[in-house]
Write a protein that binds this ligand. Structure first.
Ligand code: PHE
Length: 458
């Protein structure tokens, strides 16, 4: 399965950038801010941070440990730690889930790419009519339901991922992450700067940060857990696969904490960009695609319209930010099946990437067309796109989380975990012991309850 000449990351900075690149994605930019706003602002952020500390970081450490210990792809890694037929196969959930998420993620990433061009060529600014979003609404509606345009941009995006993956772990994934992540951070800081000076920014800030504990319900706690999982790219094989390229000297607990902090900071900064602009434009905040593709293009024009050049720059930078964030996340999803095929079929990475690209293009095409000509095709009453999203994030992610926590807490010998996570007892043992305790006692219970909660059982 693995070979002594297996690829590896070249530096600790590269590791943090690649894993943070996986975590920081569309989920941070269009999902986190709105969840926060709707679930009690700072009160939700508090619950989110608790979810990250109790579940996110321990599960990330678990995936890092499994990947680095086994030194192979996500599906085979579990086999190295258990010969039991059930436990040795739970890694497949990650490979399957990661591959399926990839197929619809690239569709949305294609939209983002298209909007970057639309802001570059000035279309988004010319469409602007104060107080009327119908221009943006029909632009988006017509675009996603058309056949060719979304497909062309999806193919462009898939090709970008393909070449990054085919270039290899160090020359592709690591090199690009080391350039893209700092660039993303610079863009974020510039955009936060602009947004905070938008007239009426104050109202947006209080929407985001005013702690309203009365809005905290069981469902907001579930939302916080789901958001933490999605945002940290947990349980879908990405972190486990990346960790199989880590060196033995990497402090995996410290890395998991740094990545979680970066991811949370980016999410909060995205909120600092979006809400001041949205409120300053007098638009009511909404979530998902309608926020990024209908409300925000107008909000930027309205908020910064006094200086059109600023509105133009903010709009271009915002979509460039989304493209970068989507690209590094999609690359991590791509790597999961690529590493699996490469090591299972014993074929070169380049050819394995070709297989992934072919499958992703086929399924991605179906997802994209499910917004238009294939709109009548339904799985369990949902469009193909919505079904994949629901199935992966609501069923596979928490289920895989429960299994990973039980596997680490109860099946794998504690000594193996402690020895590996402390790099052969050269690091402090307390953090590793705390993580193990959380994986054994806290994570399975919380995750199982969350799983039943999302299914509406409790
Ligand atoms: N974390 C990514 C985001 O926030 C999405 C993702 C989920 C990536 C699962 C990989 C695995 O957009």
């Amino acid at each position: 399965m693995s070979s002594p000449s297996r690829a590896s990351f070249g530096s600790k900075f590269g590791i943090i950038m690649a894993a943070a690149g996986s975590a920081v994605g569309l989920g941070n930019i269009w999902r986190f801010p709105i969840e926060t706003g709707q679930n009690g602002g700072a009160a939700f952020i508090l619950i989110y941070i608790i979810a990250i500390a109790l579940l996110g970081v321990p599960l990330m450490v678990a995936e890092f440990f499994i990947g680095r210990h086994a030194h192979t792809n996500a599906a085979h890694a579990y086999k190295k730690l258990s010969s039991h037929p059930f436990w040795s196969n739970i890694g497949f959930i990650g490979v399957l889930g990661g591959s399926l998420i990839l197929c619809y993620y690239v569709v949305v990433a294609g939209w983002v790419l298209k909007y970057m061009f639309l802001s570059l060529d000035g279309t988004l600014s010319t469409l602007f009519t104060p107080g009327d979003a119908s221009g943006y609404e029909s632009l988006f509606g017509n675009f996603v339901s058309s056949t060719w345009s979304p497909l062309i941009f999806m193919v462009l995006f898939v090709l970008m991922c393909h070449f990054a993956i085919a270039a290899g772990v160090r020359k592709g994934i690591e090199k690009l992450s080391k350039i893209f992540m700092p660039a993303l951070f610079v863009i974020l800081v510039v955009l936060v700067g602009f947004s905070l000076f938008a007239p009426g920014a104050q109202e947006g800030l209080s929407f985001l940060f005013h702690p309203d504990f009365s809005k905290l319900t069981t469902s907001s706690v579930l939302s916080a857990i789901a958001q933490a999982f999605y945002s940290l790219s947990l349980c879908m094989g990405c972190l486990c696969t990346y960790a199989s390229y880590f060196g033995k000297d990497v402090n995996i607990i410290k890395s998991a904490v740094s990545i979680s902090v970066i991811d949370t900071l980016v999410a909060i900064m995205a909120g600092l960009i979006i809400f001041p602009a949205v409120f300053s434009a007098g638009i009511s905040p909404q979530s998902g695609p309608s926020l990024a593709f209908i409300a925000l293009p107008g909000a930027f024009q309205q908020a910064f319209g006094a200086v059109p050049a600023v509105a133009y720059i903010v709009s271009v930078l915002f979509y460039a930010l989304l493209v970068l964030a989507a690209l590094t996340s999609a690359i991590s999803l791509y790597e999961v099946p690529t590493a699996y095929i490469h090591e299972t079929w014993h074929i070169r990475r380049r050819y394995a990437a070709l297989v992934v690209t072919a499958v992703c293009l086929m399924l991605g095409t179906v997802c994209s067309l499910s917004m238009g000509v294939l709109g009548d095709m339904h799985i369990f009453g949902k469009s193909v796109f919505d079904f994949l999203d629901y199935f992966c994030t609501t069923i596979m992610m928490p289920l895989s989380g429960v299994f990973i926590a039980i596997f680490l807490g109860w099946v794998v010998k504690r000594d193996i975990f402690m020895d590996d996570v402390t790099n052969g007892c050269t690091l402090r043992t307390t953090p590793a012991a705390v993580v193990h305790w959380l994986l054994r006692w806290v994570a399975p219970v919380l995750l199982f309850a969350a799983f039943l909660g999302v299914l509406g059982v409790i």
